[in-house]
Ligand binder design. Structure first.
Ligand code: NAD
Length: 489
């Protein structure tokens, strides 16, 4: 947990509620650090239940305000397009803000934010296409039709690894469908989402449509989930927190979308282009220093290419340039905070004690004197599916590589996990590609690529990786209530 403080010397970030910057009711702030250098970047308001209550009320007022409620769908779409343009205009500032806050490479952030406006454009295009059906029931004396109505106030809770992108996956469809929102960003990355809320209003959305309460999960986050005024929780984060939220909302019959953790397999067959697959394995697991839900952290290589793949992966992992995320030539930034670095180190030590061999990496570093929370890209071998390093999400630059002999064997190994977010397959056999796509229990399957993503393409985790869909047209169902109307003619 970041340290709390009552100091006001550093730049202070306040809650964004009802279009205004609002002081925390308890008067407390907490520090946000640059994980590459440990410097304090700013302090953010420590939200509590009364801040959340204020935000939910503001969002409810905005939901019922004719300026929003009666806005035509075409105009809603237009506001989303304006927001897309503002994000594009401010992309460099947003990319730097996020890179400083969570340590992701600025280069990587620029790439990610270049695609962010597409999400708003996509949902802008859908805004005037949300429609119901006329149902031809057998009773000719009645007319039956369905409509899709907005839910109300959506509570959104997001993690620190991609704050703007993951918030957008919720915000764009929620606004497109006519809802309003209260967002609780991660306590490690409050700044970019607060800035996004300002841009939302600059785009012309009425105040209160989007509110941000910063603070800790156990306080502001819990208060948001508990609040009786929300119609839905849309959460992205760990499976552990997601499970607690699921239990809470189930008892209240509240809608929820839960995007959770992963331990994704990346499978290299003997017929694959091994050089290409090795690059895919590297990018699949070490992007964002391994802090992505879709990280391909379990690699299965066919026995015939195991040695070659391992050599290529270990050699590249050992030469990845670690350092300042703001520099263009840096290839790996820090973990987002000290506890995360310690968690990764703890897992590698656990792996060693379980019998794993560290082929490369396996140690923390301060990033050549920067003083931050870096960990070297790590390749583990002599591992098997019963080890905790293979079963549990590490969320760091650590990959476990295992050999296999047959397709049936690797399907069984890959599916032997509580997670099911994504899977990669590297093969030049088209029939095998289709078979694997069908047999793997994961919401997204990539063949001869990894990490491809689009606002147009829906995704949904299998098993403990989540509930509900994000992206694509199907998301509209997640943010609307179906109503069936019968009229006696
Ligand atoms: P986390 O679960 O610790 O926190 C996520 C958010 O939940 C934070 O804002 C936190 O403050 C809040 N929170 C914590 N406890 C809460 C509670 N009791 N009630 C309400 N809110 C609470 O996750 P994290 O460490 O921030 O993020 C990393 C995790 O997110 C990884 O497991 C990763 O796989 C997952 N993730 C999933 C996706 C996806 O799309 N499936 C995307 C990115 C990250």
């Amino acid at each position: 947990m970041p340290e709390t403080t009552t100091a006001t010397a550093t730049a202070r970030r306040l809650h964004h509620i009802g279009g205004e910057q609002v002081e925390p009711s308890g008067g407390d702030f907490f520090e946000s650090h640059n994980p590459a250098t440990r410097e304090v970047l700013y302090t953010a308001a420590r939200g509590d239940a009364s801040d959340v209550d204020r935000a939910v009320r503001a969002a409810r007022t905005a939901f019922e305000d004719p300026r929003w409620r009666d806005l035509s769908q075409t105009r809603r779409g237009r506001l989303l397009r304006r927001l897309a343009d503002l994000i594009e205009e401010n992309a460099e500032e947003l990319a730097r803000t996020e890179s400083l806050d969570n340590g992701k490479l600025l280069r990587e952030m620029r790439g990610q934010l270049a695609t962010l406006p597409e999400y708003y454009h996509y949902y802008a295009g859908l805004a005037d296409k949300i429609q119901g059906d006329v149902i031809p029931t057998s009773d000719r004396s009645v007319l039956n039709y369905t409509v899709r109505e907005p839910l109300g106030v959506v509570g959104a809770i997001t993690p620190w690894n991609s704050p703007l992108t993951l918030t957008t996956s919720k915000l764009a469809p929620a606004l497109c469908s006519g809802n309003t929102m209260v967002i609780k960003p991660s306590e490690y990355t409050s700044a970019s989402v607060l800035r996004l809320a300002e841009l939302v209003e600059e785009a012309g959305f009425p105040p209160g449509c989007v509110n941000v309460v910063t603070g800790f999960g156990a306080e502001a986050g819990q208060a948001l989930v508990d609040h009786p005024g929300i119609a839905k929780v849309s959460f992205t984060g760990s499976t552990q927190t997601g499970s607690r939220i699921a239990a809470n909302v189930a008892g209240r019959f509240l809608g929820s979308t839960l995007e959770l953790g992963g331990k994704s397999p990346n499978i290299v067959f003997g017929d694959a282009d091994v050089a290409n697959a090795a690059m895919g394995v590297i990018a699949g697991v070490f992007a964002a220093a391994g802090q992505t839900c879709i990280a391909g952290s379990r690699v299965f290589a066919h026995r015939s290419v195991y040695d070659e793949l391992l050599e290529r992966v270990a050699e590249r992992a050992g030469t990845i340039r670690i350092g300042d995320p703001l520099r263009d030539d840096t290839e790996l930034g820090p973990l987002a905070f000290a506890d995360q670095r310690d968690k990764v180190a703890g897992y590698v030590d656990l792996g060693r004690s379980e019998g794993a061999r560290v082929l490369t990496g396996g140690e923390a570093t301060d990033g050549d004197g920067l003083g931050g929370f870096f960990y070297r890209p790590t390749v583990l071998v002599d591992v098997h599916n019963d080890m905790r390093v293979v079963r549990e999400e590490i969320f760091g630059p650590v990959v476990a590589v295992m050999p296999f002999e047959t397709e049936d064997e690797v399907v069984a190994l890959a599916n032997d996990t509580e997670y099911g977010l994504a899977a990669g397959v590297w093969t030049n056999d088209l029939g095998r590609a289709h078979r694997m796509a069908s047999r793997l229990q994961a919401g997204t399957i990539w063949v001869n690529t990894y990490r491809a993503m689009s606002p147009m393409s829906p995704r949904q985790g299998y098993k403990s990786s989540g509930v509900g869909v994000e992206h694509g047209q199907e998301t509209i169902k997640e943010y609307t209530q179906l109503k069936s109307v019968w009229i006696n003619t």
